[in-house]
Design a protein around this ligand. Structure first.
Ligand code: DQA
Length: 150
């Protein structure tokens, strides 16, 4: 069974209390539970993580590159939070490892502030999803399953 690695960046640990009008009422534990359900449906093991630290996310992407090389990783779903809009380091890590990665956002970043409308992740992502609320995590797992057959 391959693993779906879901990485969450800064402030996503605050889901449930953080701007519920933007991100909804669900906690990160709720998101993990729905991701677990989607992974069970699609035959993946789930590895679900969150960090507020850019370097830790870089390290995890390097780890994903090694797992992809050994054939144990289905791919990565990354909600990089605000690092999406600032991090050349994450861009370089994704590009340098060549991992299969879906960029995910809970909110529709294109309907928000101008600074959210540029992503350093998109050019190195296989696909980009935003605006589905936390349901996007389940949809991204389904999309990762679809990609396996390609
Ligand atoms: C986010 C959107 C980002 O602009 C923001 O900084 C986040 C969350 C989202 O899931 O909608 O932290 O990635």
């Amino acid at each position: 069974m391959k693993t779906a690695l879901i990485l969450n960046g800064p402030n996503l640990n605050l889901l449930g209390t953080r701007e519920p009008q933007v991100y909804g009422p669900y906690t990160l534990a709720d998101v993990q539970a729905l991701s677990q359900q989607a992974c069970a449906t699609h035959g993946f093991a789930l590895d679900f993580r969150q960090s507020n630290h850019e370097g830790e996310l870089v390290d995890w992407i390097h780890e994903a590159g090694r797992s992809q090389a050994t054939g144990t990783l289905a791919g990565v779903i990354l909600n990089a939070g605000a690092y999406t809009h600032t991090s050349i380091a994450l861009h370089d890590a994704i590009k340098g490892t060549g991992i299969t990665l879906i960029e995910l956002h809970i909110s529709n970043v294109f309907a928000r502030e101008a600074f959210r409308q540029h992503s350093y992740i998109s050019p190195v992502a296989k696909a980009v999803m935003c605006g589905f609320g936390v349901a996007g995590y389940g949809l991204a797992v389904a999309a990762l399953a679809e990609m396996q057959s390609k």
